[in-house]
Design a protein around this ligand. Structure first.
Ligand SMILES: [Zn+2]
Ligand SMILES: [Zn+2]
Length: 432
């Protein structure tokens, strides 16, 4: 039996060393992983070994393929590096976000494949389902961009199950002995069918719900009085999370072991996934920020020195646009302010702030005196040379048109040019 299937039967999936399977070290690059995979796959291909070694080679070949599948994909590799195989295993519990893709991969990895049934070496027994660690609880946590900029500490009151302090989680009175659970014959687990897709199911072991996996139950008179045989009681606890400055949407804040306590099981984590609310002024990309600023036409032409925007920590950002050096701001022009973006985590550095200039033109009728127009005209640059053409048409126009209408009126198919009709081609032809 190969190493991987032995481990699989124990359920200790997180101990599998995928790097060892491929014979590479942990810093291996993608090309190195690919090369190692080709080499390993070739040497253990089931077609290349003697008949009696075929089963083992087959298993080894499968584990090599799976190791490659995980390590060659950056996302999966990162998951594996940070959490071991447990990262893939957690999708097996009744977790909230079971990744179907990973789950399927794990099934294949442990031979519980849908088409072929159990592979050699498994003896038909499904992987034990009793988890070493309880399920993690994931919650979204909304934060503003200001909070991500400055960092934040938040407190929560959480009500969770804790192991009963009176019976220490046994559920029974002192000296009382549980009797064997009739539902699972004392095994704590029962076989059940898990439906993978309509009409397809695989057998798996699930925790017995009658005895909660303990194999024994107490008579009503022997149950612990504090928890009434439930083994756990409810407790309130104040939890505190710290969101470091520079955090971003999708970051996870993990409170280790703060999920419900279950007897004989390490409690899972409470995980907060940050979700950023949209900001009315600032947009964020990595550590950079961008925002629009409003500048009047006079300021764009004549210069200004003022606060143009209020930053996320309440500071005013002052720009001095020099004049009279004849520098002009144009619509859509982008001004970059270095070091005024989002903070880097655990560092004093910051990204950059990109300010996009909007020029506010005056409204109609802003100019009351005609002589002022003449003055302005004298001041502003002269128009370009006139466009020379042989024929000039004076046209009427609509000043408030919309580019959304552009192309909307052109029904090319049904449209018939007057000239064509006169040329003798009937409308029937033109309709085609
Ligand atoms: Zn108790
Ligand atoms: Zn039971």
């Amino acid at each position: 039996m190969t190493r991987i299937s032995t481990l699989g039967m124990d359920g200790a999936a997180e101990n599998i060393d995928l790097y060892e399977i491929l014979g590479i070290d942990r810093g291996a690059s993608q090309p190195e992983i690919k090369k190692a995979y080709h080499k390993a796959a070739l040497s253990s291909h089931p077609d290349k070994v003697a008949e009696h070694e075929r089963d083992e080679a087959d298993n080894k070949f499968k584990s090599i393929s799976k190791a490659y599948e995980i390590l060659y994909n950056d996302d999966k590799r990162h998951l594996y590096d940070t959490h071991g195989m447990a990262a893939f295993e957690s999708s097996h519990g009744n977790g909230m976000d079971a990744g179907g893709d990973l789950e399927e991969m794990l099934q294949q990895m442990f031979g519980m494949n849908i088409r072929g049934g159990m592979p050699p070496g498994f003896g038909g027994a499904a992987r034990p389902q009793k988890p070493r660690k309880g399920d993690d609880e994931e919650h979204p946590y909304q934060v503003t961009l200001e909070e991500l900029y400055k960092g934040k500490t938040a407190k929560f009151a959480s009500t969770k199950n804790i192991i009963c302090s009176h019976c220490k989680g046994s559920g029974g009175k002192e000296k009382a002995k549980p009797k064997q659970c009739a539902s699972c014959n004392g095994k704590g687990v029962k076989q059940a069918l898990r439906h993978i897709s309509p009409g397809m199911a695989v057998p798996e072991m699930v925790m017995c719900s009658s005895c909660r996996g303990k194999g024994g139950v107490y008579n009503p008179k022997d149950k612990c009085r504090k928890c009434k045989g439930e083994c756990v009681t409810q407790a309130r606890k104040v939890l505190e999370i710290y969101i470091p400055r520079g955090s971003k949407e999708g970051d996870r804040i993990i409170l280790e072991g703060e999920a419900d306590q279950i007897p004989n099981q390490e409690p899972g984590d409470i995980i907060f996934g940050l979700v950023q609310t949209e900001h009315p002024t600032f947009r964020r990309a990595g550590v950079d920020l961008s925002a629009d600023i409003e500048v009047t036409l006079a300021e764009a032409l004549c210069g200004f020195s003022r606060v143009v925007i209020k930053h996320l920590d309440g500071r005013g950002i002052h720009l001095q646009h020099p004049q009279p050096i004849a520098r002009v701001l144009k619509p859509g022009q982008v001004i970059k302010v270095s070091g005024e973006g989002m903070p880097y985590k655990k560092s004093d550095m910051k990204g950059d702030l990109y300010l996009v200039v909007n020029i506010g033109f005056p409204e109609h009728d802003w100019l009351v005196k005609n002589q002022a127009v003449t003055k302005l005209q004298e001041l502003l640059p002269e128009p370009d040379k006139p466009i020379e053409t042989d024929v000039v048409d004076h046209v009427t126009y609509d000043e408030s048109a919309n580019l959304d209408d552009f192309g909307a009126g052109a029904e090319g198919e049904g449209w018939v040019d007057d000239d064509e009709e006169e040329d003798g081609e009937g409308p029937e032809c033109a309709q085609q």
